[in-house]
Structures are given as C-alpha cells and as structure tokens.
Design a protein around this ligand. Structure first.
Ligand code: HEC
Length: 234
C-alpha cells in the first residue's frame, strides 16, 4: 500500500513537467559527420561556460575520427590546453557567478538527466523577455539564467498567449540560418551530447549484436550435434 502511494505521489510530481509537448530531435548516434559537427558547435557555442568533465579531447578525436589539425583549429579553443586534458569550461565558476549570477552546470549527463528531445526543445524555446535580467527567458525552463547564445543564428522570438492561456513563440526577427539549418545545427549538438553522455553506447550495441549472433549459431550447431548423437544411439 505504501509503495502504491509513493508511485501515485511520484506520478503527480512528474506530471506537470512531462505533459509539456517536446519536439522530436530525430538524431542518429551512428551519423559520425553529425557528431563531428556537433563537437565543433559545442566548442564554439557552449564550452566557454559548460564543461564536459568526463570527456577528454583525445577520446573525442579518436571516437569521432577527427584529425589533429581540425581538433586544434576548431575544437580545442584554448591554445594552452593539451589534447590529453578533459573538456573544461573556459570561464571559471567564480567568473560566471559574478557575471551571470549563477555558474553553468557541467553538461556531461544532460541528455540522460532530461532527454535528447528535451534538450532539442530547450534550444528552440528561448524568447525575448525584458522582465528578466538578461532580457531572455525560456518556455521549457522558465526564468533560466542562461543567455540566448544561439539567437543570432535562430533569430529572436517573442511569447504570445493563446486563447487557452498557453504560451507559444513567434519569430520577431530572422537569424543568419534558415529554420531547417538551425534545426540541423541543434540536432548535431544534441547528438554530440547524447554521445558524450555514453561514449561507449555504440560499441556496446555492436558487441550485443555479435553476442546474439554467436548464441544463434551456437544453438543451431548444438541442434545438429544433438541429432547426430541420437542417430547413433538408435
Ligand atoms: C555565457 C555562458 C553560457 C553559454 C555560452 C551557454 N550556456 Fe547553457 N547555461 C548557462 C548558465 C549560467 C546556466 C544555468 C542557468 C540556471 O541555472 O538558471 C545554463 C544552463 C543550461 C542548461 C540547463 C538548463 C536546466 O535547467 O537544466 C542547458 C541544458 C544548457 N545550459 C545548454 C547549453 C548549450 C547546449 C549551450 C551551447 C549551445 C549553452 N548552454 C551555452 C550559461 C551558458
């Protein structure tokens, strides 16, 4: 009975967040080109504030087949950082606290903590809000303290209230990318973060297929063996 109450209470607590309609990221962890682009976008647009403490540049380069030149030129931003080091944020926690009022969290596990679709939606739902200290807000994470770093690419949005009282966003100015280009950029970014959350996932899946294949062959072999064996017995 107690368990039932816990489950019921848990569902009620989660419900208001989970009912928000998320957009579908449709990312593909097998798409290496997308992961490589995602790694570059991440370094360009996110790494100044958000580290990936479990990722080393070397591992990323190895896993995604990124050559040393590209790694140096467009992924390791800080020339003083060696490629064997973990991907730490460029700004210190203290600086961010001073400048933004809050330190940006490490994003190593963000796609697990929320989901890939959640992150894809989050990066689509920033809007102008003069009431907020940075002049921006986010529909998915109300009152978030992150600046809208991709606004120049996506364009600006404003919140509009629908008849039912819900809010939706509408574009108020265009960015440098088309809608399809922006969607693809965000898809690459979340794809990369999904990989970063579990770099070995691809390998594990491939290993799983081998194991199943082996078991199948083994079963067929033993069936034949069994037949052979019983033929001699009769
Ligand atoms: C200028 C610094 C800065 C940059 C650049 C930046 N962020 Fe953030 N981000 C923040 C801060 C600060 C927070 C914490 C906001 C809060 O706690 O309200 C945050 C929060 C987040 C969150 C967590 C939201 C939540 O509630 O869990 C996600 C996800 C995120 N950022 C993703 C990104 C991605 C992806 C990029 C790159 C496209 C990026 N950020 C670039 C400063 C930054």
């Amino acid at each position: 009975m107690k368990t039932l109450w816990i489950i019921l209470f848990g569902c009620c607590a989660i419900l208001p967040f989970e009912t928000y309609a998320l957009m579908a990221a449709n990312n593909d962890l097998g798409d290496q080109a997308s992961l490589r682009r995602g790694a570059q976008y991440y370094s360009q647009y996110c790494l100044s504030c958000h580290g990936l403490q479990y990722q080393r540049y070397r591992t990323v380069a190895h896993d995604l087949a990124i050559d040393k030149h590209t790694l140096r030129r467009s992924i390791i931003i800080d020339p003083n950082v060696r490629w064997t080091e973990p991907m730490q944020s460029v700004l210190s926690k203290q600086n961010m606290q001073e400048w933004l009022g809050v330190a940006a969290p490490d994003l190593s596990l963000v796609t697990k903590q929320h989901s890939v679709d959640w992150l894809y939606t989050y990066l689509h739902q920033f809007y102008r809000d003069e009431q907020r200290p940075l002049g921006v807000n986010n529909l998915l994470v109300p009152n978030v303290m992150m600046p809208n770093v991709l606004e120049w690419l996506q364009g600006s949005q404003v919140a509009v209230r629908k008849e039912q009282g819900q809010m939706t966003l509408s574009a108020s100015s265009t960015g440098t990318l088309s809608k399809a280009e922006y969607d693809q950029l965000v898809r690459d970014l979340v794809n990369y973060l999904a990989y970063a959350a579990e770099p070995k996932q691809q390998e594990q899946q491939q290993l799983g297929i081998w194991v199943i294949g082996f078991l199948l062959i083994f079963t067929i072999l033993s069936l034949f063996l069994k037949k052979e064996y019983w033929r001699d017995v009769h």
